[in-house]
Design a protein around this ligand. Structure first.
Ligand SMILES: [Zn+2]
Length: 124
């Protein structure tokens, strides 16, 4: 599974670099609930870049491994529950939560990133 994990990490860096090059200044390692991958504190936007496997996206990338099936099932549903909880807390605290999925980037990177930039720029 280490391959999937490192892929996920580089995705975060990739999006961060893209936003930086677009002239947007964000924060990483910002200390709010759930440790979002990218945060715009003034706009109160919290962005998560989710690997489809780890966050159980409803897509083809998200297949539970055949070995240790019960372990994975449990582990991944804990992740999903945590995601939901984090999102609820952030919303209550006035944050907008924006989620990007690995498969969206794989399918149409340009469109996905354009959509994200649009979203960030539109919010005051
Ligand atoms: Zn997906």
């Amino acid at each position: 599974m280490s391959r999937i994990k490192s892929r996920n990490t580089s995705l975060e860096l990739y999006v961060q670099k893209f936003l930086y090059n677009a002239g947007l200044r964000y924060r990483v390692n910002y200390k709010i609930t759930g440790k979002p991958d990218i945060v715009f504190p003034a706009k109160k936007i919290a962005i998560f870049i989710n690997g489809c496997f780890w966050h159980k996206h409803n897509c083809d990338n998200s297949v539970t491994p055949k070995t240790n099936r019960e372990f994975w099932k449990k582990k991944l549903s804990v992740n999903v529950l945590r995601d939901r909880k984090v999102q609820n807390i952030l919303k209550k605290e006035g944050w907008d939560v924006y989620r990007i999925w690995e498969c969206e980037l794989e399918k149409d990177e340009k469109k996905t990133l354009a959509k994200l930039i649009n979203y960030i720029k539109k919010k005051n």
